[in-house]
Design a protein around this ligand. Structure first.
Ligand SMILES: Nc1ncnc2c1ncn2[C@@H]1O[C@H](COP(=O)(O)OP(=O)(O)O)[C@@H](O)[C@H]1O
Ligand SMILES: [Mg+2]
Length: 554
């Protein structure tokens, strides 16, 4: 009977508080205090609606302040204790109202008022959660279960609204070892299952596409094993030993000056070297040559040619620049003099438009330089191509289809979004432009405080695992309402597999226990992404997108 469920979950009654400061709820039974945690979701239901609140504080109150310090708590059955408990001394929960749910229209609404005095408050039930967070069973193409409510059992599923998730950039933050990569992979699986966007993953530590061995030495299936033909793995290694994995090839002429500027630190290019490089580029461009190709292929000739023309560049700085850039000569994936259309950019774009996600895997031994360079060059080009496709579509919606939405996932996100480099990388633009060309970012990072603050506050959906550094917590919450209260929830998280979800893809902040990425999840995927269904759809998508790419002239 519903009455008894509500009775079981009863917390107490509203005795005070305000819309802005939060409600004060007098707790009826002492045992509730010990069985509840900060961040819990409390619900007060009136005839019209349900008010959802976030438990932000617990306070011991007394009618008479002196009584609080002087009365011994003593034996709980002692006469004195029985008289004072619940009347002159009691516990108060402070709860911030954050969302309301209209019972008639059955939909979420922003919170605009508070429940009246003495309204009863309960701990959220399963139904309370699924009413506002959506239900995978009812709408599997939209809602993806990522975990369960922290203080409820595992059947209290919490879903992310995938349509909204891909609409804006997202951030997954947490200290090393808290489970960022695991929850990121879960959400990536959700994106593939919902089939609303393609993913381009820059897999810095080979965590997502291929199978891996986790910290506890367990074999973990990667996205490729889970989704087969819906995922393509690529690497920078020339002779990959694994079948079906494609090598990355980048035409040197696709490298832009900003790509080099964004790895200036790794190449040890100081201010002067950067200026020389720009001057040289301008000079070579007037001759109709690609500056980097010229430097890498004809570096020595260049030094000779410009040796007397101090006006263009100082000879010794030119030599220094050529020497520093020569590191790039050894990159196996940088190719010279290819036919247009044969580089990986076209190949990747083709996959993405066909609904196939691409995972670019870097092995543990690959240098950071490779990761930064490849990620920058490919993302910049692909984003520009998306812009072109999008502009074509916007100019004539009958003729050109809208490009398939894209989510670009980057590990070590601060390397691309720090204040120093955010202006040079394309990622700053993508994060700021709020998905203009249907491209959004998924930023996975252990140091959110190193992300440019303007960008950090624009991140739509955030998954925050345990963080200890004050500055990291502040950045993770940048631009969010109630950040003071949310901070105490983050501080109360365990060091593994627990997260605070906030922002665009969830109706209200919620603390969750991350779903296990394990056999039961593999079963879940295999049920919902049945192979025949995938293959059949895959054929169809290929057909449609081939036609489309032809029309678009790619
Ligand atoms: N959802 C999960 N399911 C199963 N194991 C998990 C999950 N989240 C974290 N783990 C365990 O914790 C370890 C660290 O997680 P990981 O995502 O690699 O951390 P991070 O990327 O934050 O450094 C994993 O190797 C795994 O053993
Ligand atoms: Mg990781």
């Amino acid at each position: 009977m519903s009455g008894s469920i509500y009775e079981e979950n009863k917390i107490g009654k509203i005795i005070g508080g305000s819309y802005s400061e939060g409600l004060a709820i007098k707790v009826e039974d002492d045992s509730v205090v010990e069985n509840t945690r900060i961040g819990a979701i409390l619900v007060s239901q009136t005839e019209k609606r349900k008010y959802y609140c976030m438990l932000t504080d617990m306070v011991i109150e007394g009618m008479n302040k002196q009584a609080l310090s002087e009365l011994p708590r003593g034996n709980s059955s002692s006469l004195l204790s029985r008289i004072t408990r619940g009347t002159s001394i009691y516990n108060v929960f402070k709860a911030q109202p954050v969302l309301s749910y209209d019972l008639e229209e059955k939909k979420n609404q922003p919170i605009r008022n508070i429940p009246p005095h003495a309204s009863s408050v309960r701990r959220a039930t399963y139904d309370d959660i699924s009413d506002v967070f959506g239900s995978f069973e009812k709408n599997p193409k939209r809602f993806f279960p990522v975990g369960s409510v922290l203080d409820m059992d595992e059947s209290s599923t919490v879903c992310i609204d995938m349509e909204r998730f891909i609409e804006r950039s997202s951030g997954i933050y947490g200290r090393t070892g808290t489970g960022k990569s695991f929850i990121a992979r879960l959400i990536m699986a959700g994106i593939i299952l919902c089939d609303k966007a393609s993913l381009l993953i820059f897999d810095a530590h080979s965590d997502h596409g291929p199978d891996l061995v986790d910290e506890e030495n367990r074999h973990v299936k990667g996205l490729k094993s889970l989704f087969g033909s819906k995922v393509q793995i690529m690497t920078i290694e020339n002779s990959s030993s694994m079948a079906g994995i494609l090598p990355i090839e980048i035409d040197v002429r696709d490298v832009e000056i900003e790509d080099i500027l964004s790895i200036a630190e790794e190449l040890k290019l100081n201010e002067t070297a950067q200026q020389v490089m720009i001057a040289l580029k301008n000079r070579l461009e007037t001759e109709g040559k690609h500056w980097l190709e010229e430097i890498l292929v004809n570096g020595e000739d260049l030094a000779e040619r410009f040796k007397d023309s101090e006006a263009v560049v100082n000879r010794s700085s030119l030599l220094a620049l050529i020497r520093k850039l020569s590191v790039l000569k050894e990159l196996p994936y940088l190719k010279y003099g290819r036919r247009p259309g044969t580089n990986s950019i076209d190949v990747i774009l083709n996959y993405l438009q066909r609904g196939i996600s691409v995972d670019i895997t870097f092995s543990k031994s690959d240098k950071l330089l490779h990761y930064l360079f490849v990620t920058n060059v490919l993302s910049r080009r692909i984003y520009h191509r998306y812009m072109e496709m999008y502009e074509k579509y916007a100019s004539n919606k009958q003729k050109y289809p809208s490009p398939r939405p894209l989510v670009i996932a980057i590990e070590e996100a601060h390397r691309f979004l720090s204040p120093d480099v955010a202006k040079q990388t394309i990622f700053g633009t993508i994060a700021r432009e709020m998905r203009k060309a249907k491209v959004s970012l998924m930023c996975i990072d252990q140091r959110p405080s190193q992300i440019d603050s303007e960008i950090a506050s624009q991140i739509g959906t955030r998954v925050i695992l345990s963080l200890s550094d004050e500055a990291d917590i502040a950045s993770a919450l940048a631009g969010m309402k109630n950040s003071k209260q949310l901070r105490s929830i983050i501080e109360s998280l365990d060091s593994k597999q627990q997260a605070l979800l906030i922002g665009h893809a969830v109706p209200m902040p919620i603390a969750i226990k991350t779903r296990g990425y394990d056999n039961s999840f593999y079963d879940f995927v295999s049920i919902y992404a049945q192979k025949h269904e995938v293959d059949e759809k895959y054929e169809k998508t290929i057909e449609v997108s081939k036609k489309w790419l032809d029309e678009m002239g790619y």
